[in-house]
Design a protein around this ligand. Structure first.
Ligand SMILES: [Ca+2]
Ligand SMILES: [Ca+2]
Length: 580
């Protein structure tokens, strides 16, 4: 094991040491002077800042985590599992641009996968997360897929000391093209060149390098799996366009069916917008093709699962593991037969917007499952908070550090949903509801996920949901053009604890009244309350009165659900007795 580093590179080491570090960086192709104009000098890391590792898959649906036991154990059991992690615009490039900027697509402007509306060239690369982390003194490295339409001639984007980026065509498991610190590197079909393994080899080498030991680092790893691609190795069961598993994993899931969840080939689509009403079920040859792709998708994830274990092991062997935050996430979810959709993303349904997500690291709860709604807009603000850096753009998300320390809490989040494609939409996801408006047709969908988690029956026309629909439409309108803190609308509620309830006299009576006040108090639909960890009988939103032994000051926690389905916890201690 290497001795602990994390000293201030610029402050506590003499100039000679700094020059040596620069030389080492230049030698590996990164570092000052290696990149031309605009590169931040690599100096001035302040002490004790953790490393940050981001591991990203491509088009991975939540349920496929079932084939990734190492990832669940090493990241999930050792950290927090987010069951409600969403991407606002469930499409590769817009979502990846959000991870890089902390901004929604309507603010970063990358609204599709290809130029002119999207793709690599659409993003302003001068102000992104790696640039900010460099400015904060982090050593930055990227391996694997970056943004769609990144071409071999695009060189190294700003912000990266070490760069091993996969160029188009980027959904390749074999015969891939990498830009390796400016040099072009092509791979063939040798098993040793399987892209998932190769990307991990390079990432592990970086973790073991002297420069990674010299400063806090940001390591970004983008795997192709389980995205569809092109299959090169003949004689396997994956179709030409199937994702290509590592040869050692071929056939592992032969015979496995796409899960027949209740919304698979949804029977009654009369509640759905016209484009789904006009869609036939996935059957026959199409279903066989989708099934084959499903099996091959799962098989490609086995190499990712091994890679996660290799990266965790490399961090442990370098003595860095306990000092490193590891984030695992996908750029979007994936639909395969649900609601009759043949495959893909960019729809506002759960399978498309929900992504697998784990975080482990210093101060992160271990083995917890968070209910809190979080989004891809939160990654950049979280990493900037860890690095104690500064984002140069307004951040539409927020740091997850509080949620990572207290995953049992919910804070009233509403996640904006948007797509600017011809079949686009805008909407919002709250704890209870999913709401979307189709841009082209004005068709509305509203799902009560508590009663209908598979989104089988849109209740947009149900009079019982009229108030909810109006509140969600208003929320959507606000979020559709929000920027920065406006995107983090929270219920305006306050917890009021009064030890002298009306008519109750003084403290000697031993009771406390619990009430919610604030501008949104009239919007509260359900309340649950606990005092000293004990659940109080349900109340209809009015004040609760609970017994409190004289002299004790238990904590009161109230979980309130609003008409729009946002869920928020409010907490406080019962005040002291007032004299008199
Ligand atoms: Ca994707
Ligand atoms: Ca239906």
């Amino acid at each position: 094991m290497r001795p602990r580093r994390r000293q201030a590179v610029g402050r506590s080491l003499p100039i000679v040491a700094l020059a040596l570090i620069s030389t080492l960086l230049a030698a590996c192709g990164g570092g000052p002077g290696g990149r031309g104009d605009g590169e931040a000098p690599f100096v001035a890391a302040s002490p004790e800042r953790p490393n940050i590792v981001l591991l990203m898959t491509d088009d991975q649906e939540y349920d496929s985590l079932s084939v990734m036991p190492r990832t669940r154990r090493l990241l999930g059991r050792a950290g927090v599992t987010f069951e409600n992690a969403f991407v606002s615009y469930p499409l590769c490039c817009p979502s990846r641009a959000t991870f890089l900027t902390g901004q929604l697509a309507h603010n970063h402007g990358v609204v599709d996968n290809r130029a002119p509306e999207g793709g690599y060239s659409r993003l302003d690369h001068s102000e992104t997360l790696p640039v900010w982390l460099q400015r904060a003194g982090y050593l930055t490295a990227h391996f694997g897929k970056y943004l769609n339409d990144y071409m071999r001639d695009d060189g190294v984007p700003p912000g990266w000391h070490r760069w091993f980026g996969m160029a188009e065509p980027a959904a390749r498991y074999f015969k891939a093209t990498f830009v390796d610190d400016g040099e072009i590197r092509r791979t063939g079909t040798d098993p040793a060149e399987y892209s998932t393994d190769l990307i991990t080899d390079e990432a592990v080498e970086f973790i073991k390098s002297d420069e990674a030991a010299s400063a806090p680092f940001y390591l970004s790893v983008g795997y192709v799996a389980p995205h569809v691609g092109k299959s090169f190795v003949r004689g396997n069961h994956c179709t030409d366009k199937g994702p290509e598993p590592a040869p050692r994993h071929l056939g592992r899931f032969l015979g496995r069916e796409i899960p027949r969840s209740p919304n698979f080939n949804e029977d009654d689509v009369s509640d759905k917008p016209s484009f789904i009403r006009e869609t036939e079920k996935v059957l026959g040859e199409t279903l066989r093709d989708k099934t084959d792709k499903y099996q091959c998708r799962l098989e490609t994830l086995l190499a990712v699962d091994e890679s996660v274990a290799r990266i965790v092991r490399a961090l442990r062997e370098a003595g860095e593991l306990e000092d490193t935050y590891i984030f695992f996430v996908s750029d979007n979810g994936f639909v395969q037969g649900q609601h009759r959709l043949k495959g893909g993303k960019a729809v506002p349904y759960e399978d498309s917007i929900r992504v697998p997500m784990f975080v482990r690291g210093p101060g992160v709860a271990r083995g917890a499952v968070a209910r809190e709604l979080v989004a891809n807009t939160d990654f950049a603000p979280t990493m900037i908070a860890i690095a104690r850096g500064e984002a140069a753009l307004p951040q539409d998300g927020e740091s997850l550090l509080p949620a990572l320390a207290h995953p049992e809490r919910v804070s009233g989040r509403a996640i904006p949903l948007e797509s600017f494609r011809p079949d686009g939409f805008r909407g919002v996801r709250t704890d209870r509801y999913s709401y979307a408006e189709r841009t082209a047709t004005g068709e509305v969908e509203l799902y009560d996920l508590r009663a209908d988690p598979y989104q089988l029956e849109s209740v947009h026309d149900d009079p019982r949901y009229e108030r909810a629909r109006a509140a969600l439409a208003e929320l959507t309108e606000t979020l559709a053009s929000c920027e920065g803190e406006e995107c983090l609308i929270r219920p305006r509620l306050e917890l009021e604890l009064d030890r002298r309830p009306a008519g109750g006299g003084d403290c000697g009576r031993g009771r406390v009244s619990i009430a919610l006040a604030g501008e949104d108090a009239g919007e509260v639909e359900r309340v649950r309350a606990w005092i000293g960890g004990r659940r109080l009988a349900a109340a209809g939103g009015a004040a609760l009165v609970a017994p409190v032994p004289a002299g004790s000051r238990p904590r009161v926690r109230v979980r309130a659900e609003l008409v729009d389905g946002r869920l928020i916890d409010l907490e406080d201690r019962v005040p002291r007795c007032a004299r008199g």
